[in-house]
Design a binder for this molecule. Structure first.
Ligand code: MEV
Length: 343
């Protein structure tokens, strides 16, 4: 039996602009999906998921086709989760050259599902890692990240970016520009996440920004401005923790927190100008700022879902939990370690 767990992520800066070739900086958070893989003597795949839906589910099917399993599952969200597990199994079989390998798989997750926090990427990364290790064919991290990206790409009909899967595999803060992804050093950033219980439609929101950008020069300029602020944020992180410095994981200085927070506020304003914020997200952003957070912004596609604030104090989490429209608020440290083996 092999157990692997992989983190979710927030965007420190740069979502949407990254679609137009600007850099973005996602950061892994200490909220994880855990996948257990136990090889079977037949080619069946049995999946048990505890926390992916309120009720949980268990299904068993004959794998090997690469298709989404044709089984009855309780909700569309669970059906989507099933697709990710199946794609992970297919990648593991392919990587280990074991097309008929069967598994008993258990999935648990404390990352809110469908909230833009990279829950599907974490399931895919932990799933491929656990399944390949269980077959005695562990992958190096680059290949794991690449295969996880391909699995997401397949399930999301070509709409996946490399950001989520790379960040979940490597951990820490990550720089993404086009297909280039690299880990960047960052101190231990204290995040607070607020979740409104919903989610925007990523495809529609991305298309909306595209239309705005075609129609108005200001929107194209706004996308470029987001790129500029991402580069400024990266430089701040680099100055705080020079590459290879043992200070990675150290506590950030108050000056750094203030400067990063200010950039997050700018980033939120620019995203709002592009039409991707929402009343609930704005309310949570302002509640976090009023509670003393260094800065706050929406994270991910927007339209609903999550905000991320930079703050170590409990005041932000408490203020968010009393904010109208906020369903869940939690502290989440930067996950310096990406996917890891638990057992
Ligand atoms: C969605 O999580 C992030 C976006 O930038 C889309 C993408 O990068 O694929 C809005």
């Amino acid at each position: 039996m092999t157990v692997c767990e992989a983190p979710g992520k927030v965007y420190l800066f740069g979502e949407h602009a990254v679609v137009y070739g600007e850099p973005a900086v996602p950061a892994a958070i200490e909220r994880r999906a855990t996948v257990t893989a136990e090889p079977r003597s037949d080619d069946h795949v049995r999946v048990e998921a505890e926390d992916l839906s309120l009720d949980g589910f268990t299904v068993e099917y004959t794998g090997g086709t690469g298709d989404r399993p044709d089984v009855d599952v309780p909700t569309p969200l669970v059906e989507a989760a099933m697709g990710y597990v199946d794609a992970a199994v297919e990648q593991a079989r392919d990587a280990a050259d074991a097309p008929d390998a069967g598994f008993d798989i258990t999935v648990e997750s404390d990352i809110p599902l469908g909230a833009g926090l990279g829950s599907s990427a974490a399931v895919v990364v932990a799933g491929i890692d656990a399944a390949t290790r269980a077959l005695g064919e562990p992958l190096d991290r680059r290949e794991l990240a690449d295969r996880a990206y391909r699995a997401e790409y397949e399930v999301q009909d070509g709409q996946a970016s490399r950001a989520d899967t790379f960040c979940s595999t490597m951990g820490g803060a990550v720089r993404v520009e086009g297909d280039d992804c690299e880990r960047i050093e960052a101190p231990n950033l204290p995040f607070v996440v607020g979740f409104d219980g919903g989610a925007g439609d990523t495809g529609e929101l991305v298309a909306g920004v595209g239309e705005l950008r075609e129609e108005y020069e200001f929107a194209a300029d706004t996308v470029e401005s987001i790129g500029d602020l991402v580069r400024t944020g990266e430089a701040l992180l680099e100055d705080a923790v020079p590459a290879g410095d043992a200070a990675a994981g150290a506590e950030p200085s108050p000056e750094l927190l203030a400067e990063l927070g200010e950039l997050m506020d700018f980033n939120h304003g620019l995203l709002a100008a592009l039409g991707v914020s929402a009343r609930s997200l704005d309310a949570m952003v302002w509640a976090a700022r009023d509670a003393g957070a260094h800065g706050a912004k929406l994270t991910g596609a927007g339209g609903g879902g999550c905000i991320v604030a930079l703050d170590a104090s409990d005041a932000t989490e408490t203020a968010l939990s009393f904010t109208q429209g906020c369903e869940e608020a939690f502290r989440a440290e930067l996950a310096t370690e990406g996917v890891r083996v638990v057992e």
